[in-house]
Design a protein around this ligand. Structure first.
Ligand SMILES: Nc1ncnc2c1ncn2[C@@H]1O[C@H](COP(=O)(O)OP(=O)(O)OP(=O)(O)O)[C@@H](O)[C@H]1O
Ligand SMILES: [Mg+2]
Length: 291
């Protein structure tokens, strides 16, 4: 098998990640929020001085919502995600996940990190199954699901290989499978498609859009791509340069299904242009004007 992802193999992630559930229920007051970030600050202390990474961030994500965060490099996106996952304490403020205050690692979440963090001495299959082992779940019970998910992302023939035998994009796909293994209701994804080639990235985008809609997953998704954020999301959170503040939250109300071609339509480009303008106003995007 070639080392590039077969597009038809990558498609139906949704078929193996659980039953059909209700459509996204964004902004339904009756639902307990999946994630609640309340006036959160993060400072990193060092001998060379403190770094204020996140400044007064507040954000509520409803169950079933797909929310993306876009912002310049170093603005605190990963820091915010790590605090929500309970992997890093807040300096100030409060975070709740599924109604409970975050005080340590939150096991109900699925997390896909910016770096794939696969263990080099474990095969791809065993890396994916680590998610099950650390939760003391039954490995044998989850083995078919692991194999099925790996196949769906084009890694069916690579389950017994080691990470250094695979490309960066392939390892990242394995990391995505690891994040999905225990079928979490809430997914935190930190630039999960960053290492993928453009075609595979488009395909994964489509798959994740379907996944979130059909199964009511709550997704917090970090990306550098404004187009990806608008395509995927119910809302896009725009962050300022460091110290990262939430500059604006843009609701995305696109009519009908989100098919690939929607990216060429006027209502889609209105959103991407609006978000670009926010970055321009903050001095993040500068256009060179010819005299
Ligand atoms: N563990 C740490 N100790 C000290 N400073 C840190 C630590 N983690 C992050 N920072 C600092 O906090 C700021 C925000 O970092 P973060 O990784 O959250 O940015 P980011 O928005 O995810 O950037 P990128 O888009 O490049 O991934 C940066 O200035 C970074 O140097
Ligand atoms: Mg980051």
């Amino acid at each position: 098998m070639s080392q590039t992802l077969k597009i038809e193999e990558a498609r139906p992630l949704e078929l193996v990640t659980g039953q059909r559930a209700s459509a996204p229920q964004a902004n339904t007051a009756a639902n307990t929020a999946a994630i609640n970030v309340d006036h959160v600050f993060k400072r990193f202390g060092s001998k060379k001085g403190d770094v204020q990474a996140v400044s007064d961030a507040s954000l509520t994500i409803a169950r079933g919502e797909f929310v993306s965060i876009v912002g310049p490099s170093g603005c605190g996106k990963s820091t915010l995600l790590n605090m929500i996952a309970g992997l890093m304490p807040v300096s100030d403020g409060r975070i709740e996940v599924l109604g409970k205050p975050v005080k340590g690692p939150v096991h109900e979440l699925g997390v896909v990190f910016q770096q794939h963090l696969l263990l080099p001495w474990r095969t791809i299959l065993n890396n994916v199954l680590l998610q099950i082992e650390v939760r003391n779940l039954n490995r044998a019970e989850y083995l078919p699901r692991a194999q099925q998910l790996l196949k769906r992302v084009g890694l069916g023939d690579f389950a017994e290989r080691f990470p250094d035998e695979l490309s960066g994009g392939m390892n990242q796909r394995a990391a995505i499978v690891r994040g999905l293994m225990h079928d979490p209701g809430v997914l935190l994804m930190d630039e999960p498609f960053g290492a993928l080639d453009a075609m595979t990235r488009d395909q994964m985008c489509l798959d994740f859009h379907q996944l979130s809609r059909e199964q009511g997953k709550t997704v917090l998704f970090i990306t550098h791509s404004i187009t990806e954020a608008v395509f995927l999301s119910n809302r896009v959170v725009v962050m300022s340069p460091r110290p990262g503040r939430i500059e604006e939250i843009v609701p995305i109300e696109l009519a009908g299904e989100r098919h690939v071609d929607i990216r060429d339509e006027a209502e889609f480009t209105r959103y991407t242009r609006h978000i670009r303008r926010i970055f321009e106003k903050m001095g993040v995007l500068k256009e060179e004007r010819r005299s």
